[in-house]
Design a protein around this ligand. Structure first.
Ligand code: AMP
Length: 221
């Protein structure tokens, strides 16, 4: 089955997507992480991706479609996917539906992990990323071994797009571009709203329950 996890920045969608992927064997598509690694490479698209990311803007729909297609193709449809950070707009949602359809698959579940805006700001101001392995921590909710060092020994830093100006721009983009994806999923009967302000384990149990129910529903079809 194929799941999309939506949520504003720092809603914990990356953590939840990873837990779900480990638990059910889904392929975890992490859009931000994949784009950051391409941005650092000598790929011809690196400068365009870099520019958008530093400004807190979205990378073009066509570029993210190509990157997602490459990933879906490589993994194949057998184990299912949990998409995190993609799609982020209605056109991207339509692209993803079309790509999955080529494998005879569909988007089965779209979770919107919601947290209040002040909580987003509080959580984001504590976000730290490792310069070496890319691991993302939060000084409040998911602390590193020390405030400046990763478990791999690398130094931690604050990403340009975790600075206040970029955070506010991304929140605005979320409301105008990404939230409509959830509305569309609700119309299609696959959207579920989940309260993201609770403990990680509690949210994960809810999500696992949703997955199991959906899997049972798919098996009955
Ligand atoms: P994230 O780590 O998910 O916060 O993503 C970091 C940055 O990567 C975003 O601010 C965007 O510039 C870019 N990005 C990630 N996912 C997408 C997407 N689906 N579409 C366009 N840009 C994206």
């Amino acid at each position: 089955m194929n799941i999309v996890i939506l949520g504003p920045q720092a809603s914990g969608k990356g953590t939840q997507a990873e837990l779900l992927a480990n638990r059910f064997g889904f392929n975890h598509y992490e859009a931000g992480k994949i784009l950051r690694s391409i941005a650092k490479s000598d790929n011809k698209y690196a400068p365009a991706i870099n520019e958008a990311m530093t400004k807190g803007e979205l990378v073009s729909d066509e570029l993210v479609r190509l990157i997602a297609w490459d990933y879906i193709n490589k993994k194949g449809g057998k184990n299912g996917f949990v998409f995190d950070g993609y799609p982020r707009s209605v056109p991207q949602y339509d692209h993803l539906s079309d790509m999955l359809m080529k494998f005879g698959l569909r988007i089965d579940l779209v979770v919107n992990l919601s947290i209040p805006k002040p909580e987003t700001l509080r959580r984001l101001s504590g976000r730290r990323t490792c310069t070496v392995c890319g691991e993302v921590y939060n000084l409040v909710t998911n602390p590193p071994p020390s405030p400046t060092t990763c478990k791999c020994g690398g130094d931690l830093f604050i990403r340009d797009d975790d600075r206040e100006e970029a955070i506010l721009e991304r929140l605005r983009l979320y409301e105008s571009n990404t939230y409509p994806v959830f509305l569309k999923a609700l119309e299609g009967g696959v959207g579920v709203l989940v309260d993201g302000s609770r403990p990680i384990e509690e949210i994960q149990e809810d999500l696992a329950g949703l997955v199991l129910r959906k899997q049972a529903e798919i098996n009955r079809r």
